[in-house]
Design a protein around this ligand. Structure first.
Ligand code: ZN
Length: 188
């Protein structure tokens, strides 16, 4: 048990079983880890088995609602490329050239970023969109416009949506199962 309390991920359980033990043993840090795993690989409710539903127990409605909200947000953000900032007066990007920046951005968003966000098996987490934009080449976009774009995307709270949602789910599951205060400690 002492070994187990170090971290539930070390037990190599499937996420629904992780949450099941986290709930019955009332260990908040385990709930956090289990919810993280569920968001990473169990967000497609239609793939859940009867056993998964049983293990997730009273947390099922919370999780189903959260994953539905997540899908909606992913589709919404993928559908429209975020606005590309206009170059400022001191910028090295002239307005004639900037039309190319905007076209390249819209193309790149639709062909790469949106496709990754909407990937049916391994959708890109919204919180990783900025990193993907940084590492994706947009041939024809000026360096200063790419930098402006990355700065403006980093300031968009929208891409933190799944992080906030995960925190809300942890809070709700802990409340449902009467988990409050710090994790239990072992007397050795
Ligand atoms: Zn530009």
């Amino acid at each position: 048990m002492k070994y187990a309390l170090n971290g539930i991920t070390e037990l190599k359980l499937q996420p629904p079983a992780m949450l099941h033990y986290a709930q019955s043993l009332r260990i908040r840090s385990w709930v956090q880890q289990a919810v993280e795993e569920l968001f990473a690989s169990y967000s497609r409710v239609r793939d859940w088995t009867d056993e998964d539903f049983m293990l997730l127990g009273r947390s099922v409605p919370t999780l189903v609602r959260a994953f539905d909200a997540l899908q909606y947000q992913y589709r919404r953000y993928a559908a429209v490329p975020p606005r590309m900032p206009e170059p400022d007066l001191l910028s090295s990007c002239l307005s004639s050239k900037h039309d190319t920046c905007k076209r390249v951005w819209t193309d790149g968003w639709c062909k790469k970023i949106a496709r990754d966000i909407l990937h049916p098996v391994t959708p890109l987490s919204l919180s990783k969109v900025v990193d993907l934009v940084i590492e994706t080449p947009f041939p024809g976009m000026t360096d200063c416009c790419k930098n402006n774009l990355v700065t403006s995307l980093s300031e968009l709270n929208a891409f933190q949506f799944d992080v906030h949602l995960r925190e809300q789910v942890v809070e709700e599951i802990c409340r449902l199962h009467g988990i409050s205060g710090p994790d239990p400690t072992l007397s050795t």
